[in-house]
Design a protein around this ligand. Structure first.
Ligand SMILES: [Zn+2]
Length: 510
C-alpha cells in the first residue's frame, strides 16, 4: 500500500514543502529512504523503526520504501521522522488512509517515541499557511514558535503515540494548542542606555550617525574608556523592528537553533559579539549541515568585533562578501544555501599593543611594534569602515555635567527622523541607507551647492583624499544633513564628516 504525507524541510532559511511518499509491500523486510536524504535523514530509519517498536505500534516486517519528493532537492535535519513513521502506520493499515490529509507534520523522534523539537519551525509554518495547509502538527516544545503565525491550526504533541491516537480518533484525543502555552516576551538582549555612558560626546555623536545611515564604525582608544559599552548601546538607538523584520530575524534564530522554546517573536535588534578566536565557519555560517553564522545572527542588527587586531586576518577578509552582498552563500556538493546578513558593523581596538598610544608616559611601544599591530587589520575591512572615532579618557569635568547625559531615546528619535528622510529619498531606488549609495549615484544624491563644492574640492586636494575616501565623506555628510532634517548638504555637514576619517598620522603606518 502507498500513501503520501505532507512535511517540510529547511534549505538555508527557506522552507521547502516535501511529500513523504511511503510504500509498504510484500517482500524481504527492508527499509529504504530515497530522494537526496542528508545524513540525519538517512538515520531516520533507525529512529523511526525503534520508536514504533517502543511505542508498541506494530511495525510491518515488509519491504518499506520512502521517497522524499522533490527527489533532486537535498533534505537535512530530523523533521521528517514523524511523517515517515505516520506514513508507515497508514500503509500498514494501523491508521485510516485519509487520516493525515490536509495536514502537515514535522518532528524528530526519540527512540522511546518521544517527539523532540526541530529547527526552523517558524519558516515552515509560514510556508504551510502559504500553501493552504489547514493544520500542522509540531513537537509540543515548538508550539510557541509555530503559533506566532495566525490563520492555521497548530497542534503540539509530546509523542508519536499522541499523534497516532489523534489521527485515529480526532474527536477524542486533543493535542496541545496555543492556549495551553504561557507566553513570555523575548529577553534576547539586555538593553544598555547611552545615559549610562559618561562623557564621550564624540563617540556618541558618531554612534548616532552610524545608526542613522547604517555606516560601519571603528572605535579606537585605551582600555576602559567605554568602547564596548558604547557598542552595546547602539542596538537601542536603531529604529524598532517592523513586523516583517521581526519574523525574518526570528526565522534565522529558529533555523540556527538559537530560539528558546519559550521565546516569543524577537522584538528587539540583536547584538552579536563573537570572540576574536571565532572560526570562519562560525562567523559566516557553515558546517556539514549548514547553519547560519554570526553575520546572519546579526542580520538587521549589530555585529561587534571587539579587539579587532586579534581576529585572524583571513577570517576578517572573508567578511567582505557578506558586507557587499548582504547575504552569505555556502556551497556544498550538489547544493547551495544562502543566509541573509545585512548587519551594522562595529569594531573596537586599542591604538597599540599596550593600549595607551599616543600617551608616551604610559606607552613604550616602538614604532615597528605599532606598525606590526596595525598590519594585522585587513585593508579591505578598513576600506569599508565609514566612521573612525578616537576615544580618550573621560575628563573629570565631563563627569560633573549638569544637564546629564543624552539618553538613547533622544538619540533614537533623531535616528528615526533621519531614516524617514532616506526612505522618502530612495522610494524609487534599491537603496535604503546613505551608506549604500554607489559611486555613480553620489552626485545625484549628495548634491552640493557652490560654496560646498568649493570646500569639498579644497579638502580633496589639501588632504590628498582618494576617491573612495572622498565618496565616504559625502555619504557621511548626507547622513549628518539628514540628522539635521536638511535636504541640502551644508559646509558644517562636510566638515563634521571629514572629522571622522581615519587619522592619517596614525594609520599611515600600515
Ligand atoms: Zn603602546
Amino acid at each position: 500500500m502507498y500513501c503520501n504525507i505532507t512535511s517540510c524541510s529547511i534549505l538555508g532559511i527557506e522552507a521547502i514543502p516535501i511529500n513523504v511518499e511511503v510504500d509498504v509491500s510484500n517482500g524481504l523486510p527492508s527499509f529504504l529512504i530515497v530522494g537526496s536524504p542528508g545524513t540525519e535523514v538517512k538515520e531516520a530509519r533507525e529512529r523511526v523503526f525503534t520508536a514504533l517498536k517502543n511505542t508498541c505500534l506494530p511495525s510491518p516486517l515488509s519491504k518499506i520504501t520512502v521517497n522524499l519528493s522533490p527527489a533532486d532537492l537535498r533534505k537535512d535535519g530530523t523533521a521528517l521522522d514523524l511523517p515517515i513513521a505516520i506514513g508507515i502506520l497508514i500503509c500498514s493499515g494501523n491508521l485510516p488512509p485519509k487520516s493525515a490529509d490536509k495536514t502537515m507534520m514535522i518532528g524528530e523522534l526519540g527512540l522511546n517515541g518521544e517527539l523532540k523539537p526541530v529547527r526552523g519551525v517558524l519558516p515552515i509554518v509560514l510556508k504551510a499557511k502559504k500553501e493552504g495547509i489547514e493544520r500542522i502538527i509540531v513537537p509540543a516544545d515548538n508550539i510557541n514558535e509555530a503559533s506566532l503565525i495566525g490563520g492555521i491550526d497548530v497542534f503540539g504533541a509530546d509523542s508519536l503515540e499522541e499523534v497516532y491516537r489523534f489521527l485515529k480518533d480526532p474527536g477524542k484525543i486533543i493535542l496541545k494548542t496555543k492556549s495551553d502555552i504561557e507566553y513570555k516576551e523575548s529577553t534576547h538582549i539586555k538593553e544598555h542606555d547611552f545615559s549610562e555612558v559618561s562623557g564621550q560626546d564624540g563617540a556618541k555623536r558618531a554612534s548616532m550617525i552610524a545608526a542613522a545611515g547604517f555606516h560601519s564604525m571603528l572605535l579606537s582608544g585605551p582600555p576602559g574608556v567605554g568602547k564596548s559599552l558604547i557598542a552595546k548601546c547602539i542596538p537601542g538607538i536603531l529604529p524598532p523592528l517592523t513586523d516583517e523584520e521581526s519574523i525574518e530575524i526570528t526565522s534565522i534564530l529558529s533555523v540556527a537553533g538559537k530560539l528558546d522554546s519559550r521565546d516569543y517573536l524577537v522584538k528587539k535588534r540583536g547584538f552579536e559579539a563573537p570572540h576574536h578566536s571565532i572560526t570562519m565557519s562560525a562567523l559566516l555560517g557553515g558546517g556539514s549541515v549548514p547553519k547560519p553564522g554570526a553575520v546572519s545572527l546579526a542580520h538587521r542588527s549589530v555585529l561587534f568585533l571587539d579587539e579587532l587586531t586579534e581576529f585572524d586576518r583571513h577570517t576578517l577578509d572573508a567578511l567582505r562578501q557578506p558586507l557587499e552582498d548582504k547575504k552569505v552563500r555556502i556551497s556544498r556538493v550538489n547544493y547551495q544555501v544562502s543566509y541573509p546578513s545585512d548587519f551594522l558593523l562595529l569594531c573596537a581596538m586599542n591604538p597599540c599593543p599596550c593600549g595607551y598610544y599616543p600617551d608616551r608616559n604610559k606607552c613604550n611601544c616602538t614604532e615597528p611594534e605599532i606598525k606590526r599591530y596595525l598590519g594585522k587589520i585587513s585593508g579591505p575591512i578598513l576600506d569599508r569602515i565609514d566612521l573612525c572615532v578616537e576615544m580618550n579618557r573621560v575628563k573629570l569635568s565631563d563627569l560633573r555635567k549638569k544637564d546629564g547625559e543624552i539618553s538613547s531615546e533622544t538619540m533614537r528619535k533623531a535616528v528615526i527622523g533621519a531614516r524617514k528622510m532616506q526612505k522618502k529619498r530612495y522610494a524609487k531606488e534599491a537603496y535604503r541607507f546613505n551608506s549604500e549609495i554607489s559611486g555613480a549615484d553620489i552626485e545625484k544624491y549628495c548634491h552640493l551647492g557652490p560654496k560646498e563644492k568649493a570646500l569639498s574640492e579644497k579638502l580633496y586636494d589639501s588632504l590628498s583624499l582618494s576617491l573612495r575616501s572622498y565618496h565616504k565623506i559625502l555619504r557621511l555628510a548626507r547622513t549628518i544633513a539628514d540628522l539635521d532634517q536638511s535636504e541640502e548638504i551644508l559646509e558644517k555637514h562636510i566638515l563634521e564628516a571629514v572629522s571622522f576619517r581615519p587619522n592619517p598620522a596614525y594609520w599611515q603606518r600600515m
